[in-house]
Design a protein around this ligand. Structure first.
Ligand code: SF4
Length: 64
């Protein structure tokens, strides 16, 4: 699984961190998404796909 984020699209809503905190974090200064792990293990697929589906900015892309 390959995960990418578009920080230019991100609106700092934080849903991705709630859905998959092992993979996503937010910058302290402005809340913009930070990708912690671009190749998460298979057991995190469901959480990462959920994060992508709830992101209001469609800023998360998952390639399997
Ligand atoms: S859910 Fe989307 S908009 Fe919200 S912090 Fe994560 S990447 Fe940014």
């Amino acid at each position: 699984m390959k995960v990418t984020v578009d920080q230019d699209k991100c609106v700092a809503s934080g849903q991705c961190v709630v859905a998959a905190g092992e993979v996503f974090d937010q910058r302290d200064e402005d809340g913009i998404v930070v990708l912690l792990n671009e190749n998460p293990s298979a057991d995190l697929i469901a959480d990462v796909q959920h994060a992508a589906s709830v992101c209001p900015a469609l800023a998360i892309t998952v390639d399997e």
